[in-house]
Design a protein around this ligand. Structure first.
Ligand SMILES: [Zn+2]
Length: 247
């Protein structure tokens, strides 16, 4: 067990420092050459103008998008978060909040809640309790709000209105769930899966979110997490529709 934990420490420290967001290729589609209109004029000559106007409009939209995202990240929306602060946690969640240490738990409030991020622990066979205790140990600088164990047990480690240290630059506006797994494939057990669906549906409900607001760590940084549900896109879509059905 201690060997495994040694491995885990290494995995976390190398994984979570490098946020490598990959943006989509923003090159423009190739245009065909000019066409002749019914009255015989060539339209090709006008294309550079239209193209340049389109490019400018696209640029403006991109700038607005970036500015909007920055605004939402830096200006807190109190109503959402105060609602989370006052939620009573159901009995099927074992609440074991970790100590504030400035790293794993910074004690800072979420700025808002936009998404639920699913992770796998990346340490086959480890239990929810072991992962929670690791988050609480001095050598850890990572955490998640919840850990779902191999038997379907759920441990809460971070208060709902605070940030965790799991999802890189999306820690400020997301709630994170780490899920244990028995082997290297990263596939969740049936018991873990059922608990994850129940937990995610509950979080969507209290946070006013939709099942489309459930994302993978992979969707943020391109990291292969949760591994099985990155390698099996169909299983990921199934997971989201199972959450939608449970809401
Ligand atoms: Zn992850």
């Amino acid at each position: 067990m201690s060997d495994r934990y040694q491995k885990k420490t290494t995995a976390y420290s190398s994984d979570d420092t490098g946020s490598s967001c990959r943006t989509a290729d923003d090159s423009f589609p190739a245009h065909s050459s000019g066409r002749r209109t019914p009255d015989g004029r060539m339209t090709g000559g006008k294309k550079p103008d239209r193209f340049s106007r389109t490019a400018k409009a696209l640029l403006v939209l991109i700038v607005i998008g970036i500015a909007g995202k920055a605004f939402l990240a830096f200006f807190p929306f109190g109503a959402d978060i105060s609602r989370l602060e006052n939620v009573s946690v159901p009995g099927w969640i074992d609440v074991q909040i970790i100590e504030i240490d400035g790293a794993s738990r910074r004690g800072e409030n979420l700025s808002r809640l936009s998404d639920i991020v699913i992770h796998y622990v990346g340490n086959p066979g480890s239990t929810a309790q072991q992962n929670r205790d690791y988050f609480n140990s001095p050598e850890s600088s990572v955490s998640s709000h919840f850990v779902v164990g191999l038997e379907g047990e759920i441990i809460q480690c971070i208060p709902l209105n605070e940030i965790s240290s799991a999802s890189n630059d999306r820690n400020r506006d997301t709630i994170s769930i780490e899920v244990c797994h028995p082997d290297e494939s990263g596939k969740f057990t049936d018991a873990s899966y059922r608990s994850l669906i129940r937990l995610a549906a509950w979080l969507c409900d209290i946070g006013g979110l939709h099942s489309d607001d459930i994302i993978r760590h992979y969707d943020i940084t391109g990291k292969l997490c949760p591994l099985y549900y990155v390698e099996h896109e169909d299983a990921w879509h199934q997971l989201k529709s199972d959450v939608a059905r449970s809401m």
